[in-house]
Ligand binder design. Structure first.
Ligand code: NAD
Ligand code: UFG
Length: 336
């Protein structure tokens, strides 16, 4: 039976890869996005690659009622909720905008879902809810705490989902805690297209490789890690997209959290060296001060996703960076 999935934020980086995967397996998709951090061109590429069309509704989820028509017009069966603001540093500068956007969007969405009798929800949470972890790799039952407004919105939304699921047993909610999404679709025509100066390591390194920036600053080389630089669990965005399909297919009553990561760590210097190897370009870097709020190591325990979703990430760092480089070198200025 064909399902119709509402994907909020579906024009964005992770959303567009997930929309493609949904279309490729035969689902119908309705995307709601206000294009505040994305371009409609991502969805045009999705349509070209899949040979299928996507319904696109340009709307701001913070506006009450923005979804009423979507639920009456289309036979939505479930929702994947990506829409929101995601830059940690910006959230410290503009906390009101972050709380307002992320919380209001989710509250409006959940009210519209309940009114329409749609109870199946997959939400984009983040490993940021673990703060500076005590246990590595990090299991889902690790203590939750946050250190910035962005992280606080993710934790608040998780709490809201847990309360809402308790209030009505028809809800089936999965909170996916992503580790560090990187990579791009293997076509080289879809990828991450950050506005302005990238905050994240991989997009920054790619812009150095393609000649848009001179060098990357390595934020600290005195962490308690093998080479002193920060270690992260990078996960290919195509594996992450597949994780959303597995989450949709395995929803159960109530609300549960699931890590999406590989369980393997890579340091900043590993990312730089692997990018140089796959691109053939020397990556200039300089050791700089630690970035405020950064932790030494973040690493997922992905065993719950293996057991409960029958999902595992199978692309390694080299594939992630090869695919990021293909996207970056074919589209040095992103979708524009
Ligand atoms: P993205 O910015 O590319 O995508 C988010 C999309 O939401 C954008 O297309 C944007 O235009 C849209 N949007 C923002 N505010 C909206 C609003 N009020 N109404 C409608 N649409 C709105 O980001 P992404 O990297 O694809 O992230 C998707 C989700 O995953 C976010 O919730 C993010 O917090 C979460 N997440 C991302 C990462 C990461 O490193 N990329 C890590 C953990 C969690
Ligand atoms: N780094 C550099 N130079 C840069 C950028 C980053 O050395 O120019 C280092 C960081 O110090 C860190 C590593 O590269 O050690 C990864 O940094 P990212 O900014 O790419 O990723 P973070 O782990 O800091 O943050 C990501 C998401 C957040 C999310 C967090 C936890 O961007 O949204 O993971 O899930 F909150």
């Amino acid at each position: 039976m064909t399902q119709t999935i509402l994907v909020t934020g579906g024009a964005g980086y992770i959303g567009s890869h997930t929309v493609l995967a949904l279309l490729e397996r035969g689902d119908d998709v309705v995307v709601v996005d206000n294009l505040s951090n994305s371009s409609k061109k991502s969805l045009e590429t999705v349509e070209r690659l899949s040979g299928k069309s996507v319904v696109f509704v340009e709307a701001d989820l913070t506006e009450a009622g923005s979804l009423d028509e979507v639920f009456t017009k289309f036979p939505i069966t479930s929702v994947i909720h990506f829409a929101g603001l995601k830059a940690v540093g910006e959230s410290v500068e503009e906390p009101v905008r972050y709380y307002r956007t992320n919380l209001m969007s989710t509250l409006n969405l959940m009210a519209a879902m309940a009114a329409a009798g749609v109870w199946d929800l997959v939400f984009s949470s983040s490993a940021t809810v673990y703060g500076d972890p005590e246990t590595l790799p990090i299991p889902e039952d690790a203590p939750l705490r946050t250190t910035n407004p962005y992280g606080a919105t993710k934790l608040m939304i998780e709490d809201i989902c847990r309360e809402v699921a308790k209030s009505d047993s028809r809800w089936q909610i999965t909170l996916l805690r992503y580790f560090n999404p990187v990579g791009a679709h293997e076509s080289g025509d879809m990828g991450e297209d950050p506005l302005g100066i990238p905050n994240n390591l991989v997009p920054f390194v790619m812009q150095v490789a393609v000649g848009r920036r001179e060098k990357v600053n390595v934020f600290g080389n005195n962490y308690d890690t093998a080479d002193g630089t920060g270690v992260r669990d990078y996960i290919h965005v195509v594996d992450l997209a597949a994780g959303h399909l597995a989450a949709l297919d395995n929803l159960i009553a109530g609300c549960r959290a699931i890590n999406l990561g590989t369980g393997n760590g890579a340091s900043v210097l590993d990312v730089i060296a692997t990018t140089a190897a796959v691109s053939g370009v020397k990556i200039n870097y300089e050791i700089a001060d630690r970035r405020a709020g950064d932790i030494a190591t973040s690493l997922a325990d992905p065993s719950r996703a293996h057991a409960e979703l029958d999902w595992r990430a199978d692309r390694n760092l080299e594939t992630m960076l090869t695919d990021s480089w293909r996207w970056q070198s074919r589209h040095p200025n992103g979708y524009d």
